[in-house]
Design a protein. Structure first.
Length: 283
């Protein structure tokens, strides 16, 4: 019995040593194996497609752009003398390097009036308004507006630069194209881009012209006294009636002259009928 217990203990000791050795061996193996390093990201250049121009890099627009303001004004006032007021406006135009683009005048039942549309350099806008306002007791209408289009100007400029850069890229690709189909397709793209460039350039020029020159509309008028207005109105109506009667009589005479063959036939026909009736009476 004693020998049997010794044998069991010896077997247990051997099994424990084997497990400890196995664990130690496993640890050695695990520590000896090195984990593979992370694969570095490799960038592959895409093959350039001759039919597709890569988009150009975004253009950096200088944010230090001068503020773009469109100024406009509408003025309306009454005056005692149209000629003096117009002379004062002409003086203001000369002093501020402005120009008249539209000039109209007329008369209604109660007033004589004149309308002017003037272009003035934007830097002289305020001074021009002050010069015109001298001698005016009050304005019936005085509207002054200022529209900030700086953001629109920057956007148009940026888009225009991008389109021009894209056009240059297509022109470079066109030089390398060999097939006729490729050449035609690239030229079609260039034509489309050129139309967009011209459209953007036109919008930009129009915007710059409105910014550089302000538009001012001036209406001034003189009130006609009531009696004078009645006399003028009645005489005008009388003269119109005389002219209308004269033209009506002239039209009637011209109509008769143009119908002279029918008049002659009518006279001849009436003559024979009358002669025949006289014969019947004699019989």
């Amino acid at each position: 019995m004693r020998h049997l217990l010794l044998l069991v203990v010896f077997i247990l000791v051997l099994s424990g040593c084997s497990k400890t050795g196995a664990s130690a061996d496993e640890n050695v193996i695990i520590s000896s194996v090195k984990m593979p390093a992370k694969a570095e990201s490799v960038s592959y250049d895409r093959q350039a497609d001759p039919m597709q121009a890569p988009p150009p890099p975004p253009q950096k627009v200088d944010q230090q752009v001068e503020q773009k303001i469109i100024k406009e004004a509408t003025l309306k006032f009454e005056t005692d003398n149209l000629e003096n007021s117009f002379a004062q406006i002409q003086k203001a135009i000369a002093n501020n390097k402005a120009r008249i683009i539209n000039d109209s005048e007329g008369k209604d039942f109660a007033t004589l009036f004149r309308n002017l549309t003037i272009k003035v350099p934007s830097q002289n806008f305020d001074r021009f308004i002050n010069d015109v306002s001298k001698g005016v007791s009050y304005f019936e209408v005085k509207n002054i507006s200022a529209q900030d289009v700086t953001e629109q100007y920057i956007d148009l400029t940026s888009r225009l630069k991008t389109k021009k850069k894209l056009e240059e890229r297509y022109l470079e690709i066109l030089k390398k194209a060999n097939k006729v189909s490729e050449i035609l397709e690239i030229e079609e793209q260039i034509s489309t881009i050129r139309e967009e460039i011209e459209s953007k350039e036109g919008q930009l020029k129009y915007l710059e012209s409105r910014v550089s020159e302000s538009t001012i509309t001036i209406e001034f008028y003189k009130t006609i006294p009531e009696k004078e207005g009645v006399k003028i109105s009645y005489g005008s109506k009388l003269w119109s009636a005389i002219e209308s009667g004269f033209y009506t009589l002239s039209d009637l005479l011209l109509s008769l002259l143009s119908a002279w063959p029918f008049v002659i036939l009518f006279v001849v026909f009436a003559y024979f009928i009358r002669k025949r009736l006289k014969r019947r009476k004699k019989e």
